[in-house]
Design a protein around this ligand. Structure first.
Ligand code: URA
Length: 216
């Protein structure tokens, strides 16, 4: 079967430094939010490497030049609520003209099954490049459901930005998209060892939503 999933683990000392502080159980929520924001901007730089652009003419103070601008249709950024919201500002800082949609998905802690409680994503995504924000790629259940929804609406390329990924989640994505025409990419700051029996990434950083916003 051909491979339709690309995986990019950011290999940069600044990424590793910020990720280490995020992992630290002593890091408080305000610091966690700030570091997650900075980390996403670094990941966004990598994740947007293939973003579509078109040529434009520009006049510098010295001479005419040829440059580029982001092509239409505009890219769409979709944070998965709740924890994906903590990645939104860092992403749109690099892509200020992107449109933003929202997907509310929740995982049952007992069964690990995922249900969708909010869908604010355009019905027609034909030809769109979509960036999904989900900090923890654990079992992959949430991400596969989100990506399937986006591809089902016509998106041609979906890139997921994750702070951390587990091998089990990447395997799930690999088998979901093997041999499919869709172009799916995962960009992550780190690839951890495994999942524990509760579906948490080990060593991970705990519950990303709780660490961003406090326990509800
Ligand atoms: N979701 C989280 O927030 N943390 C994990 O480790 C796994 C899923």
């Amino acid at each position: 079967m051909s491979e339709s999933l690309s995986i990019h683990v950011a290999d940069h000392p600044l990424v590793a430094h910020k990720l280490t502080t995020l992992r630290d159980a002593r890091t408080d929520s305000p610091t966690f939010r700030r570091l997650a924001d900075e980390l996403v901007t670094l990941l966004a730089y990598e994740a947007t490497r293939g973003i579509r652009v078109e040529q434009v003419a520009v006049s510098t103070p010295v001479a005419p030049a040829i440059g580029v601008k982001l092509a239409d249709p505009r890219p769409l950024v979709v944070p998965i609520l709740r924890a994906g919201l903590g990645m939104l500002d860092g992403m749109v800082r690099l892509l200020p003209t992107a449109e933003v949609g929202f997907l509310g998905m929740i995982r049952d802690e007992e069964t690990l099954t995922v249900s969708t409680y909010a869908d604010r994503v355009p019905a027609d995504l034909s030809g769109r490049q979509v960036f999904v924000l989900d900090p923890m790629l654990a079992t992959g259940g949430t991400l596969v459901d989100a990506i399937d929804l986006l591809l089902g609406r016509g998106a041609t390329e979906v890139t997921a930005l994750c702070l951390l990924a587990a091998p089990e989640g990447l395997d799930r994505l690999r088998s979901a998209y093997a041999g499919r025409a869709a172009r799916v990419t995962v960009v992550t700051a780190g690839l951890d060892e495994r999942l524990n029996e509760k579906g948490y990434i080990v060593p991970g950083l705990g519950d990303a939503g709780d660490r961003l916003y406090g326990v509800v």
